[in-house]
Write a protein that binds this ligand. Structure first.
Ligand code: GUN
Length: 295
């Protein structure tokens, strides 16, 4: 899709839904071929604790997508008041199951549960979130096996949009374990010069204005306007923020889309950008985990 801006420069809107559909189609074929060859059907287990509305929707979408790609899938839904031991027992059982290749425990967990202990308990070979310290270490030492889904989806979009990323200056806004840090690592591996901007960075706008690639993953609605963006940059918006406009709820990213679209070369929308790619990459990681088990 192309939008004409006031200066008549066409801005490319990167369609994450369309790209995710292409990836899922490719993976569906690969899953079918595996089954025809007598190899195992990749299996995904999602653990959901409680009734958080956003998490419930995310889990439903993940399972729907897994089924579309021909994966075996199941959801373990635990009560919000469950104990750490109950949750740990579920993870241990999934670690041991032969028919499960990928395990995802939907975050955030209720306050009384330790996320770190749960993440560390997941078998690293089934850790399709790539959050286990073993997978974090493998990524940062250039031996990546399972990489967090959102940064993986962003890289897929950047590679398709820009080709070789070598020598580009990439600025990542946000330093979370889920997105910011692994994103920076992946960009570094792709030979970018990488800066990370966070809440204590001095003059963040000036640094972002140097970026050929700008990835916003900070969770602040429409923080990034055109003053943060170099003309011709490629902008990836990871944020999903619900805001209220005239009493109506609206989803927006960390980027002020209309403002930035006037200045950049390409941009991902919210919704319909990074979100669908994250789910497609979850399927990709489950397939990767199944293939790694075969080796
Ligand atoms: N909650 C929000 N994003 C994620 C994610 O990528 N993985 C998990 N497990 N939980 C999440």
């Amino acid at each position: 899709m192309q939008i004409k801006t006031p200066t008549e420069t066409p801005v490319k809107v990167i369609d994450g839904r369309q790209l995710a559909d292409v990836l899922i189609e490719e993976m569906t074929q690969e899953v079918n071929e595996r089954i025809q060859q007598g190899l195992s059907q990749p299996g995904l287990a999602v653990v959901l604790v409680g009734e958080d509305p956003a998490s419930t929707i995310y889990v439903r979408n993940k399972i729907r997508c897994a089924e579309k790609a021909g994966l075996f899938s199941l959801v373990k839904h635990l009560d919000a008041s469950c104990t750490q031991k109950t949750l740990e027992d579920v993870v241990v059982e999934l670690n041991e199951r032969e028919d499960i290749h990928g395990i995802l425990v939907q975050l955030p967990l209720p306050q009384h549960l330790s996320e770190a202990r749960i993440i560390n308990l997941i078998d690293p070979t089934k850790d399709i979130d790539g959050f286990h310290p073993v997978n974090v270490g493998l990524l940062s030492s250039g031996q990546a096996k399972l990489v967090p889904c959102t940064p993986l989806g962003c890289m897929e979009m950047l590679n398709r949009e820009m080709g070789d990323l070598s020598g580009k200056h990439a600025v990542v806004i946000g330093r979370s374990n889920i997105v910011g840090k692994p994103m920076a690592n992946l960009l570094l591996q792709a030979n970018c010069t990488v800066s990370i901007v966070h809440s204590k960075t001095l003059e963040p706008e000036a640094l972002c204005r140097q970026a050929d690639i700008l990835v916003a993953a900070v969770g602040v609605a429409e923080l990034v306007d055109k003053n943060w963006v170099k003309p011709g940059a490629v902008v990836i918006d990871v944020g999903i923020n619900a805001i209220d406009i005239d009493g109506k709820r609206k989803l927006v990213g960390d980027v002020n889309f209309a403002d930035v679209a006037e200045k950049c070369r390409a941009i991902t929308p919210v919704p319909g950008g990074v979100g669908p790619m994250t789910i497609a990459c979850l399927i990709k990681n489950t397939l990767t985990a199944a293939k790694q088990r075969d080796m």
